[in-house]
Design a protein around this ligand. Sequence first.
Ligand SMILES: [Zn+2]
Length: 140
Amino acid sequence: MGTLEVNREYKVPSQFTAAWQAKCPRCRRADMFATSMYGFKLQKMHEVCPHCSLRFEKEPGYFYVSMFLSYGMNVIEMIIAAVLTYLVTDNLEDPLLYIMVIFPVIFLLSPFNYRFSRVILLYWLTPGLHYVPDTSKNKS
Ligand SMILES: [Zn+2]
């Protein structure tokens, strides 16, 4: 059941689309995450790709690197939120205003950062991990 059988002629998404959809970087077919980005359950990542059996965390602790990425994304988002707050309110006097804007923004974006820091790590920062068209074929 599911979409794998339905899509007999599977159209492989472009790299960017596949990354945006958090598909496996090698086969671009199956989802990297078992849960949705926003939900009541914590996001859970598949250990291996359900389609091509790629092990996502190629060595123990590999996703520590994505924590740094996620930190960098946080900083950029905080700066953007602060600049937007300034542009909208024209207020430079009230630090509390900025805190009240920035923290909810960071909170709301944390599932996004969690997911895409791992996607970016696997798509663009992992040497030797590329899209392999053969792995995208239907399983017989
Ligand atoms: Zn795969």
